[in-house]
Ligand binder design. Structure first.
Ligand code: AHM
Ligand code: MG
Length: 332
């Protein structure tokens, strides 16, 4: 039997860069992101044996602080990104402050959540390593030291997610589509498959925390009442896992505002998810797959101007027709 070869992610990306007359810097950055993902996956798979499952800040039976998966994953990503030398600064869900890396010579900003889906961690169920990437203004036109790292999602050049520990990896490249890879027997990501969000309601799914329904706004509750029975309902409580399935089947993932808990600063209801490394990542991938994403005011997620690096937002992301329908219902 002849040896069979599948195209590797690296080969795919190299050809992409060459086709678009781009440098290899992005390839080098992605090498580090892949290396980090593989190492997180290894820790996660063996987590129960090594006592690494659980969330940060847990205390073991001896009363000692234990380094849990969230912190381990964060340390891994920070290590690989810092040693890569192409990164200017990062925003991580696990770090209060923005982390400086190669401020003078770096080329990219990386926004990431190293282990999203905390409620799944102690069970070893799917979690996500999600990331978005923006680029330095190469004309040297920095916007000032205090805010140049805060980019709208529309300025990202790429965004992606690893669904850990499944070996599935999805990467969207600006204006070049949304692509899925899987890990082969040698732990190499292979076999690019381009994803297109289905517009046909036959396969659509709804995904949201149904237990919160009675604290959503009246408009959202009304929309749910009119639509819940039309589609399948799926929710695993980790954005990467839920969104991974949605990219194949289409439909809607939402995390609406909890109306009883308004954000005191903005004096309007706020969502749970973070703009820079959760909502923007899903919205960017969705746009490249032909879908759309808005917040509860009807504004496109990718057009939201971040005012703070850990800013939260409401999120409605999915197939275009269902987002259009929701936008109309939210406006009514
Ligand atoms: P986390 O960053 O604390 O893990 O929270 C983000 C997660 C998302 O992955 C998921 O979509 C959502 O929170 C689930 O929240 P809930 O448990 O309220 O449904
Ligand atoms: Mg998170």
């Amino acid at each position: 039997m002849p040896v069979e070869f599948e195209q590797t992610f690296r080969n795919f990306l190299m050809l992409h860069q060459e086709k678009h007359n781009r440098t290899y810097h992005f390839l080098i950055l992605m090498d580090s992101i892949i290396a980090a993902a593989k190492r997180i996956e290894l820790y996660y798979r063996t987590g129960a044996l090594k006592g690494n499952l659980g969330v940060a800040g847990s205390i073991n039976i001896q009363g000692e602080n234990v380094m849990k998966m969230d912190d381990i994953a964060n340390e891994i990503v920070l290590h690989y990104l810092a040693s890569n030398k192409r990164v200017i600064q990062v925003v991580s869900e696990e770090c209060d402050d923005i982390v400086d890396m190669n401020k003078e010579g770096g080329r990219y900003f990386v926004y990431f959540d190293p282990l999203d889906g905390s409620s799944n961690v102690s069970h070893g169920l799917p979690v996500g390593f999600m990331f978005g990437i923006a680029k330095r203004f190469l004309d040297g036109d920095m916007r000032g030291p205090e805010d140049y790292h805060l980019r709208e999602g529309s300025e990202y050049i790429a965004a992606g997610m690893f669904v850990i520990p499944t070996g599935m990896f999805t990467l969207a490249l600006r204006d070049a589509g949304c692509w899925r890879f899987h890990s082969d027997e040698t732990s190499t990501y292979v076999k690019p498959v381009q994803l297109t969000m289905p517009d046909n309601p036959k396969t659509w799914e709804l995904s949201f925390n149904a237990g919160n329904t009675n604290v959503f706004s009246d408009k959202v509750q009304k929309w749910i009442g009119a639509n819940l029975n039309k589609y399948k309902f799926r929710y695993i409580g980790a954005l990467a896992g839920d969104f991974h399935r949605l990219l194949s089947n289409g439909g809607l993932f939402m995390y609406p505002a909890i109306v009883n808990h308004p954000n005191p600063k903005e004096n309007r209801p706020q969502g749970k998810l973070r703009l820079l490394y959760e909502a923007n990542v899903a919205a960017f991938m969705c746009r490249e797959a032909g879908g759309d994403a808005i917040d509860e005011t009807g504004t496109r997620i990718l057009d939201l101007k971040p005012a703070a690096h850990h800013q939260r937002t409401t999120l409605y992301v999915g197939s275009k027709p269902i987002i259009d329908d929701l936008a109309a219902a939210l406006k009514a």
